[in-house]
Design a protein around this ligand. Structure first.
Ligand SMILES: Cc1ncc(COP(=O)(O)O)c(C=O)c1O
Length: 367
């Protein structure tokens, strides 16, 4: 019996985290494999040095310049104008999502998603003492509208989390389905007359295939929808810790209530603005990663393996009677991928062409 006043609900919990192993090829956490260019590194250094000169002062707690830059980026990337006042940001989309749940879930409220999906969501729900409910996806990992309707009408969630493209499956949510889900969610909030807040987690959306749209296009029609994004994936800035969200002003106002004072450091804001100023250079990199993803899907198919259609920078493949043995065999050959998702499947992230080749070579040996 410990002297510490442990919270009983945390008794069997352990910290979340993909293994961080020192291996030659890391394809396990869906990062962009290309490091920042020397020009970007120089600009980050200049921006951070200028911010450091004022480090005796607290940062701009409303991060207005960063919001303007994020707004300009969204306009370029998705051709949707989102006013800077409709943008929120925090230390990774992990923190953005925690703010959302602190503001709209909490004790007595329910958070709903559809499994398999990003494994952190249940932990955010736990951390705000909300009830977590995961409905099911179809056998091809898509959303089923009857299931969505029945779970939302039964649970009356404060927040619904939909990931598009989904992690770990890579599956995007078609716009027509999203519209139907939004129509359902209009009436399923915790109290009569309230909607559920529907959050579309678009962490990987920049990798979507042609013809797949962003939920941002619907933002102005649905005040109870929010779209979350991150600079950790396509932006190649996972180490920066900058996630952001677009939503109605009323949503942003609630997030402002729960955020810690000055949660975004002046250094983070400066580095993020430097990265955003270079975002035009990302297009070629993203195109290359998408091309390499599609080639990898073909190679996996040629090996007789199943893959799930991916709009992301990773591919779920399988199935294996003993996936752990396959994962371990690949790791023994110096390539770390992720043992995650439904039984029998594994997930690999797209690396450089050399890393992808190392993965395929290791996989061939193992199977
Ligand atoms: C679906 C999804 N959302 C959010 C995140 C977290 O991103 P961030 O680095 O912005 O906290 C991840 C990271 O893997 C993810 O897969």
């Amino acid at each position: 019996m410990s002297i510490l006043p442990y919270r009983p609900e945390f008794a069997n919990e352990s910290p979340y985290g993909a293994p961080q192993l020192d291996v030659p090829v890391c394809l396990n956490v869906n990062e962009n494999p290309y490091p920042p260019s020397p020009e970007l590194i120089a600009d980050i250094s200049r921006g951070v040095a200028a911010a450091a000169a004022g480090l005796n002062r607290y940062p701009d707690r409303d991060f207005m310049e960063l919001r303007e830059d994020l707004s300009a980026f969204l306009e370029r990337e998705s051709h949707v104008h989102v006013d800077p006042a409709n943008i929120w940001a925090a230390n990774g989309s992990n923190e953005v999502m925690l703010h959302v749940l602190q503001a709209f879930a909490g004790p007595g409220r329910t958070v709903v998603s559809f499994a398999p999906t990003y494994s952190m969501y249940s932990e955010y729900a736990r951390d705000v003492s909300a009830t977590w409910v995961a409905g099911a996806r179809t056998d091809s990992f898509e959303l089923d509208l009857d299931e969505v309707r029945s779970v939302l009408e039964r649970e009356r969630p404060g927040v619904v989390l939909l990931t598009s493209p989904n992690n770990p499956t890579g599956t995007a949510l078609p716009q027509e389905q999203l519209i139907e889900i939004l129509d359902i969610a209009r009436h399923t909030g915790p109290e009569p007359g309230q909607a559920s807040l529907v959050v579309i987690d678009e962490a990987y959306v920049e990798f979507r295939r042609d013809g797949v749209s962003s939920a941002l296009e619907l933002l102005s029609d649905y005040p109870y929808m929010a779209v979350s994004r991150t600079m950790s994936k396509a932006f190649g800035a996972a180490g920066l810790r900058l996630g952001y969200l677009a939503a109605a002003k009323e949503v942003i106002d609630q997030l402002t209530i729960v955020r810690l004072p000055y949660h975004l450091s002046a250094l983070t804001q400066a580095a993020a603005r430097a990265c955003l100023a270079h975002s035009d250079q990302l297009a070629d990199q993203i195109a290359k990663i998408r091309e390499d993803r599609d080639s990898l899907v073909e190679e996996l198919g040629a090996l007789g393996l199943k893959t799930v259609p991916s709009d992301s920078n990773f591919v779920m493949f399988g199935t294996f009677a003993d996936r752990h043995a396959v994962w371990q065999g690949i790791l023994d050959r110096g390539v770390l991928i992720r043992e995650v998702g439904p039984e029998g499947w594994l997930r690999v992230c797209i690396g450089t062409p050399q890393e992808n080749a190392a993965f395929v070579a290791a996989l061939k040996e193992v199977i």
